[in-house]
Design a protein around this ligand. Structure first.
Ligand code: GDP
Ligand code: MG
Length: 163
């Protein structure tokens, strides 16, 4: 079967924008409001000739502080369990937030292959945030711009190397 690749990260980092770019159709809703994607969505991705199934995750729309950590763990575990590879996305412009660090801890605990992506890094923006992302413990962060299509050749190489 085609490899399954899931995109994980806190709301508004650009997961659905990358999903749309890889699938080439507007299957995932992108919005300025954090967490607009309500459900997990799957599409057939093509990246420089590499074909795989890509899964866009909803993240955490309702920030109920009482259930946030538990729901985050359950959603992440369920999504990662169905996948061969996890793309863990942060916003390079925002740098590493506490929620990013929480996702990192969850993903380390699951022990599945992870490629760390620092998005919104078009031009030189986000260079500092991408550097900061080393602290998450997934090796060299891949600086990309999902919106502008920068870093896609590097992403292709990283997915092949990780699968
Ligand atoms: P999600 O919640 O992680 O799925 O994030 P979305 O894909 O919905 O994107 C959230 C916001 O970030 C939208 O306003 C996007 O246009 C914007 N965005 C996504 N990718 C990039 C990027 O590469 N650069 C910049 N500057 N903005 C981006
Ligand atoms: Mg989304």
């Amino acid at each position: 079967h085609a490899p399954r690749v899931v995109i994980i990260g806190r709301p508004n980092v650009g997961k659905s924008t990358l999903f749309n770019r890889l699938v080439g159709r507007k299957l995932a809703l992108v919005d300025d409001q954090p967490g607009v994607t309500r459900d997990r969505r799957e599409g057939e991705a093509s990246l420089h000739g590499l074909e795989f199934t890509i899964i866009d995750t909803a993240g955490l729309e309702e920030a109920d502080p009482n259930s946030l950590a538990g729901r985050m763990r359950a959603q992440t575990e369920a999504a990662v369990a169905t996948a061969d590879l996890t793309l863990f996305m942060i916003d390079a412009r925002a740098g590493v937030t506490p929620l990013d660090a929480h996702f990192a801890t969850l993903l380390h605990g699951l022990g599945q292959p992870v490629v760390l992506i620092a998005n919104k890094a078009e031009g030189k923006a986000g260079a500092a945030g991408a550097l900061e992302a080393y602290e998450l413990g997934f090796g060299e962060p891949l600086a990309v711009s999902a919106e502008h299509g920068e870093g896609m050749a590097d992403l292709h190489e990283a997915i092949i190397a990780a699968l």
